[in-house]
Ligand binder design. Structure first.
Ligand SMILES: Cc1cc2nc3c(=O)[nH]c(=O)nc-3n(C[C@H](O)[C@H](O)[C@H](O)COP(=O)(O)O)c2cc1C
Length: 232
């Protein structure tokens, strides 16, 4: 499975089989995390105390069986910290999808105080991503939550400016952006095609929308084959 194919099939998963990720998959994830941390300067760790952070009460009943999650932190004084977390974290999400694991970005419905994540000097935690084995048969809960959260997804044209006169690579990029996860499925990032390049605008105002920005940019680059960011 390619990363592009992973982007097409990925959906948020909140119901996990309560087991730890097996040693082979864990080793593969660690290798990916090490590579990303080296390129990005972020501090990302695979944590295994998910039961504390995602208890029924602390996750508002949204999550079950969480054992593992990625904690994502960066330099608190970096103005682009949350955008970078979104960009590189989505690479990690899609790599985990390729390994057959379920994931969900989580900025709100977990207990931050229970993460036991050791921050480095001057670092701040941005958010976490639950990760683990999922029961393909147990998707009743996913559908129920999706029904509550999901508004209708926007089309590529609705998230673009100058879409009709844009070349195919821009449209391919936007097609992949339509699959990008965003906090509360708001899809707040607008991409404008101009003859001089692609300009993005974040119409959201929450910190989690800054994470959405990086995620959407990652999807655009994956779909279009063009680099529009210079995070590394
Ligand atoms: C930055 C960010 C924060 C999120 N925070 C939460 C959260 O706190 N709780 C939750 O259940 N889902 C959370 N989500 C998942 C979104 O609700 C989900 O991505 C969105 O509804 C789109 O659905 P999909 O991921 O299945 O495509 C978050 C997603 C993103 C990108």
């Amino acid at each position: 499975m390619t990363l592009l194919e992973a982007a097409k099939i990925r959906i948020s998963r909140r119901a996990y089989i309560p087991v730890f990720i097996d040693a082979d998959k864990k080793a593969a994830l660690q290798k990916i995390i090490d590579g990303i941390c080296e390129r990005s300067g972020l501090n990302i760790k695979l944590m295994e105390n998910g039961e504390e952070c995602f208890s029924l009460f602390k996750s508002y009943g949204m999550f079950s069986g969480v054992k593992s999650y990625f904690a994502l932190a960066g330099k608190a004084n970096d103005p682009l910290m949350h955008e970078k977390v979104g960009y590189y974290g989505e690479e990690l999400v899609l790599e985990a999808t390729r390994l057959g694991l379920g994931t969900c970005w989580v900025a709100g419905s977990y207990d931050k105080a229970s993460t036991a994540f050791e921050l480095g000097e001057g670092e701040a935690l941005s958010c976490v991503i639950s990760v683990g084995e999922i029961k393909e048969t147990e998707n009743f809960k996913e559908k129920f939550i999706a029904g509550i959260i999901k508004t209708k997804r926007k089309t590529a044209a609705e998230m673009s400016k100058n879409y009709d006169c844009a070349p195919d690579w821009f449209k391919n990029g936007m097609e992949c952006v339509t699959n990008a996860p965003s906090a509360k499925n708001v899809q707040p990032i607008v991409f404008e095609y101009t003859p001089d390049g692609v300009v993005t605008e974040n119409t959201g105002t929450w910190t989690s929308n800054r994470i959405d920005h990086g995620i959407a940019q990652y999807h655009f680059e994956l779909g279009s084959g063009r680099k529009i960011t210079d995070y590394d």
